[in-house]
Design a binder for this molecule. Structure first.
Ligand code: PAF
Length: 282
């Protein structure tokens, strides 16, 4: 595996190829990232991953400074997974000047749920993803990019961006990888204390229970079920932002009187100082 730090070196490394399979990350890699690399690899003629902690998607009070930076260990894991090129730019390389041009995804998708609780988050994500896409795919006839479904809304925002800007990139959504107890793998799990780590699976269990109840409930009953699920987590010491049942297609609440549609249960809650998110398609 070749590690490059500049856009010029990345383009040079990719120049013999026609279809990069790309897995963008912020590093501190876990089995979820590695599963994405393995899934994406057969779909391209070169496998690329990036590690870049993107300041633009963190609010000032969030964990940009403390986000774990583990480049050497990450590079070993990527190499073992069959990644060919690792792009690890410094901040100066991706943002040589203050990034005054930004991608503003439509608010119907990006100001709800995560976007409501983390204002500007999807602007930061879309801006860096478009920048990374332009570093990796410029001049390529096509490509594949893989994102994990744990960040369900992020996958939808990126998919729409790719459609709306007619980017020749296929988006692969990888299934959420889970620890044996069911906790969704996340770099932020590393912030949990031992007792919080034991408790953390309760978010997945709450989503599962809400999904089961939603399966037999009508749309009008959902707000009460959601409120009860949030209260139950709060009684265990969590601070839930949302636990909610949404249409998979647009992440809006299901409507009474319309034909049933595939649904997803999404949740975000803080345990101690760590904010966890998860979801379950039902
Ligand atoms: O999901 C992530 O790790 C980040 O949001 C991404 C897509 C790498 C953009 O910084």
């Amino acid at each position: 595996m070749q590690t490059v730090h500049t856009i010029a070196d990345l383009r040079e490394a990719l120049s013999p190829f026609k279809c990069p399979a790309f897995v963008p990350t912020m590093g501190n890699l876990h089995d979820g990232h590695i599963a994405l690399v393995r899934q994406a690899k057969p779909l391209g003629d070169v496998t690329v991953s990036s590690i870049f902690v993107n300041r633009l998607q963190f609010a000032p009070h969030e964990d940009f400074d403390s986000y774990p930076r583990t480049l050497a260990a990450d590079a070993e894991r990527l190499q073992a997974a069959g990644c060919d090129v690792l792009f690890a730019p410094r901040e100066q390389e991706l943002y040589p000047q203050p990034q005054t041009y930004r991608v503003h995804p439509a608010s119907d998708l990006s100001d709800i749920l995560e976007g409501h609780f983390r204002p500007g988050f999807f602007i930061g994500v879309s801006t860096v993803v478009l920048t990374l896409f332009s570093c990796v795919y410029a001049g390529m006839p096509n490509g594949v990019a893989a994102f994990g479904k744990k960040d369900y809304q992020q996958v939808m925002v990126v998919r729409r961006m790719v459609q709306q800007f007619a980017l020749p990139i296929r988006i692969l959504a990888g299934e959420t990888q889970r620890a044996p107890d069911g906790l969704a793998l996340s770099s932020r799990n590393g912030y949990l204390s031992a007792s919080e780590r034991k408790e953390a699976v309760q978010l997945a269990l709450a989503l599962h229970e809400l999904g089961t109840l939603a399966g037999t409930a009508g749309p009008a009953e959902l707000p009460a079920l959601e409120a009860r699920a949030m209260q139950a987590l709060a009684r265990r010491g969590w601070k839930p932002d949302y636990l909610t049942v949404r249409r998979r297609n647009d992440l809006l609440p299901p409507q009474a009187g319309l034909p049933a549609e595939p649904l997803v249960v999404l949740g975000a809650a803080k345990l101690g100082n760590t904010r966890l998110i998860d979801n379950l398609e039902i």
